[in-house]
Design a protein around this ligand. Structure first.
Ligand code: G4P
Length: 543
């Protein structure tokens, strides 16, 4: 009898565990700056009741103008802890939005966050169309087969024709789109949206350029009521356009979307709260629950009973007197429990977390238990690195937090010889946080800092001084790209010659991987031609 009861209890616990996994949706919103990511995030939080008024979510973007870029970064660092993960409940679904900085100098941060999302929403400005940052980010998502939904924003403004824009998205982003909603008019004539997913029409009941939330629903596209509300011409145009949509685009298929082969598109206006509920309702319906993740050793499923997770982001505290940092861990499998002993695989050390943070809207709270799909913030005194894995004992290493070739390179020199220890520690820890990449030249051991944007050099200099008491100066270095080297046969003569001839262009990254610092695109091409058995990778992860 007791055995029976125990079995029943275990079964029930397992059921709740599975229910918890299945009700989670962890995603990121990506866009070019200004397309409306912050506004959309805010509207989603409003629907979830997580915030009460618009304007509550602070934009963490770097605003041009008013203050120097640098002060903005400091301000942004403060805000971005709060907005790193925004969690809320909607119709009993737990939604975790992972914040991705839009500023291009922080692109690396965004790429890393994309390793922790299960899907993304791509925001496109109807007037500007597909912009540079969106292209780059979507490319990363495509490479990883991340399911994507596209939201075309600012329909209250004059913009591109819907069909032209859909074409542009297909061509520039390499996506296969299927509209699940369609705009009725645009800009001044924007009247509402036909919801293809739910097969109904939502109309603005007034001036489209004001904050209007009230909608009128019409169930049948062919009803006379539609003509009465929007006029014969607009009604007929809509019917024709929907017929065209049916003819041109494939039928929506959830499996194709989940496989990253098909991308649903929604139209709306985040600012006016239009089309957002449609997007959210469809999102909770179709977006993936936490997905399995590949480790170097094996594929790990979320419903495995043992906990595992990985660090995708590290945030230094704002208080320079306490060097505590917050490591953001995505839970991949099992339950994460407060005070349970876990293995920090890289250091082969047992660690316990007495005050793990869970995130909720803009607050963080200490949590006893978290589930796959959730993010926990773990206090760290400088031992964790981006990409680190935690388990209940298994030696797993999660793949997928790659480094990309930086765009800028400078020597970093010590400006205060008495503080070299502090400088090295500071550089080390800032690199672990993923602020920039460090390369050590093979020839003379000099240190080179590579960054995505020029802004990071200021940040590093400031933080070294204020957090570590060290001073640095930079020296220019002419490097075009860093390429990670893979030799077909490390013993062959060609590779040996390459190592000898190119010695002064070779460096090691922080993981001790060999990197070729090409000084121009031409020299890179020549080197590639001369050494065909060597592969030059633009990302550190190529196995
Ligand atoms: P981002 O996070 O992607 O960078 O964009 P954000 O939401 O901050 O929006 C950028 C600008 O676009 C903001 O205006 C915002 O109000 C506006 N916006 C967002 N959605 C819509 C929309 O649906 N229609 C229209 N017309 N505008 C929209 P801003 O003037 O730069 O900032 P603010 O002073 O309004 O905050």
């Amino acid at each position: 009898m007791a055995k029976h009861l125990l079995y029943l209890c275990q079964n029930l616990t397992f059921m709740t565990f599975l229910e918890e996994i299945n009700r989670r949706r962890t995603f990121g919103i990506i866009s070019h700056p200004d397309a409306g990511k912050t506004t959309l995030t805010e509207k989603l939080l409003l629907f979830g009741g997580a915030i009460q008024e618009a304007g509550a979510v602070k934009s963490n973007k770097i605003k041009k103008g008013a203050t120097s870029d640098f002060m903005e970064i400091e301000r942004q660092r403060g805000i971005s802890v709060a907005t790193s993960v925004l969690a809320f409940e909607y119709n009993d679904i737990k939604i975790n939005i992972l914040d991705t900085p839009g500023h291009k100098d922080f692109a690396e941060d965004t790429f890393r966050t994309l390793t922790a999302v299960d899907s993304v929403i791509v925001v496109v400005d109807v007037a500007k169309g597909v912009e540079e940052q969106t292209e780059k980010l979507v490319e990363v998502c495509r490479m990883r087969n991340i399911p994507m939904i596209v939201f075309i924003n600012k329909m209250d403004r004059e913009g591109k024709d819907a069909f032209d824009l859909l074409d542009e998205i297909e061509q520039k982003l390499g996506l296969k789109v299927v509209p699940l909603s369609f705009p009725i008019g645009m800009g001044y004539d924007f009247k509402g949206i036909y919801n293809i997913w739910e097969k109904n029409v939502n109309l603005f009941s007034g001036d489209s350029r004001k904050d209007i939330e009230e909608t009128i629903e019409i169930k049948d596209l062919n009803s006379e009521e539609l003509n009465d509300l929007i006029g014969d011409q607009a009604a007929n145009t809509l019917r024709e356009e929907i017929e065209l949509v049916d003819g041109i685009y494939p039928k929506f298929n959830k499996d194709d979307y989940l496989a990253g082969d098909l991308q649903p598109v929604f139209f709306g206006s985040a600012l006016n709260n239009f089309g957002v509920r449609e997007l959210l309702d469809c999102f909770v319906d179709i977006a993936p629950t936490p997905r399995p993740k590949q480790s170097e050793e094996r594929l790990v499923a979320p419903d495995e009973n043992k906990f595992s997770g990985f660090v995708f982001k590290i945030h230094a505290n704002m208080d320079p007197n306490h060097r505590n940092r917050l490591a953001f861990v995505k839970i991949v499998s099992g339950e994460f429990k407060r005070n349970a002993p876990y293995l920090h695989v890289r250091n082969n050390k047992k660690v316990k977390f007495s005050s793990p943070n869970a995130f909720f809207a803009e607050k963080k709270e200490i949590v006893d238990i978290s589930y796959p799909g959730d993010i926990v913030g773990l206090q760290d005194t400088g031992n964790f690195k981006i990409g680190d894995t935690f388990t209940e004992g298994e030696l797993l290493n999660y793949k997928g937090v790659p480094s990309f070739s930086p765009e800028h390179f400078r020597y970093i020199n010590n400006a205060d010889p008495l503080k070299s220890k502090q400088l090295n520690k500071g550089i080390d820890q800032l690199m672990d946080e993923g602020v920039a990449q460090l390369f050590t030249l093979e020839l003379n051991g000099r240190k080179v800092i590579g960054t995505v944007g020029a802004l990071q050099y200021e940040v590093i200099q400031y933080r070294l001084e204020h957090e570590y008491g060290a001073k640095c100066i930079y020296e220019n270095l002419n490097v075009f790209k860093a390429c990670w080297i893979e030799a077909e046969d490390p013993k062959n003569d060609e590779y040996k010659e390459f190592l000898r001839v190119k010695q002064r262009y070779l460096a090691k990254d922080k993981q001790d991987q060999l990197v070729f610092l090409a000084d121009s695109s031409f020299s890179l091409q020549m080197t590639q031609q001369k050494y065909p058995s060597i592969t030059f990778h633009f990302t550190s992860e190529f196995n």
